[in-house]
Write a protein that binds this ligand. Sequence first.
Ligand SMILES: O=c1ccn([C@H]2C[C@H](O)[C@@H](COP(=O)(O)O)O2)c(=O)[nH]1
Length: 502
Amino acid sequence: MTANSSQFYQYKALYKPNQLIYGQGQTVIITGWTVKGAIAKHLHPQDYAVIGQLYSPSRGINLLIRNLLFNPHIRYLVVLNATREDKNAGAGTCLLDFFRNGFEEGLSDNKQRCWVIRSIIRGYIDFEVERSALEKLRSSVECQEAKSITEAVNLVKFYGQKQKLEPWGLPLEYPMSTVAPTILPGQRYGHRIEGKTIAETWVKIIHRIKTTGTIRPTGYDGQWQELIDLMAIVTDEPPDFYFPEPNYLPINRDFLQEYISQILDDLPKQEGVKYTYGQRLRSWFGSDQIQQVIDKLLADLNSARAVMSLWDVTHDANDSPPCLNHIWVRIVDNELSLTATFRSNDMFSAWPANAMGLRALQQHIWHEICKHSTHQLKIGPLIIISQSAHIYDDCWENAENVIQSHYSKICASRDYADPAGSFVITVQDGNIIVEHMTPGSGEVVNCYSGKSATQLYREIAANSPGLQVEHAIYLGSELQKAEIALGMNKEFIYEQDKRLKI
Ligand SMILES: O=c1ccn([C@H]2C[C@H](O)[C@@H](COP(=O)(O)O)O2)c(=O)[nH]1
């Protein structure tokens, strides 16, 4: 059935309303990582209903489908699957598969009943949405893939010239259940997390933000859970990168290659891509900052001036400023570390790729310095300071799954070495004696003596405030056992790390 051709439709988004470009037509345009403005500038608003970016099949499609059900005047869907980034996320393919292949009942990662899209990419729709409504949507909306911006624009214009169609039904809205996370109290500013690999560190980061982060509005739609100034230290990422098996990271080796090039190489400007870090580092300011850092360190290994800056004070006040702003490379104790600062960091979806890309940059600088000198440098830690370290609300469920599946295993595989040293506790001649020793060669650097566990732990804590948490708790329990032995006048029943011999 056709409608009055002069009629303008108003798209009403139930979800993510502020992230869309609105028109008055009957075609929804979906891009992946290609910015929506790159399409909008080639079209009249009468040609399309709305343009939006779909980043993730598991989180985004559900909201998009709910929005489509609420806007039955939408009769055409154009999915832009143009760049490698669009394809990597897989969201476009999964959406196309919803229309091509349909869906079936299944379980989400969280073992909730849901509709699973018949696709090699995992995509879900909430079970609250009626099957019949989804089938009606599939049969009422014509869906096409476009492999380039030009193809997308032509398709949208083609649909725009067609006779207007009547809405396929009345707007449909379904309830959505939300789970409010339980948040533990914690530090407000400044957090330190260390791990051997990027994968391990990421799980710890996700855990810390999910358990102690504050829920705040994102500045877009919805909320995020956030910690301010989170410093992640990755000590031993292997040269060829560690990907867990099965891979629970939101990045794989294929995409990593592409992403490394975005950081290391000066790419020509590409329509729809805002900027790349490579451009900023290699040419944006008229100089190759990566090479400058290499040259500076080759000239003076001890330099603390090896800085790369990505923030452009003349451009970045308003439109899409870079999230990565500052990189500093430093050689100490014959190892080369790299510290990067992000003003804003999506810790669930973006951090692993950001970290791997920066590690590749660190490897490159290290390699070049070794190649052009006789220095026997080691590669040191990668340190990332994320000023707003956040997890978006639509990733909370997936974040919980990562914690459930991996966090306790990672905690269990820790080693007990504390860089703050170790403590040997004995009970002798009516006193508890605590010797503080260096971690490596075990030289005694301090000695405490007293009768009260409380008094001793206070002194130790004041002198060594950087003790690892588990180590500090352990010392407390050992000191208490020593005090019990002392109180019973049976010094011999205390032996460190053993049960009291009573
Ligand atoms: O390399 C990047 C680029 C972007 N983001 C995330 C951080 C924010 O969640 C969002 C950018 O939002 P603005 O602050 O630019 O609006 O993208 C990253 O985490 N890493």
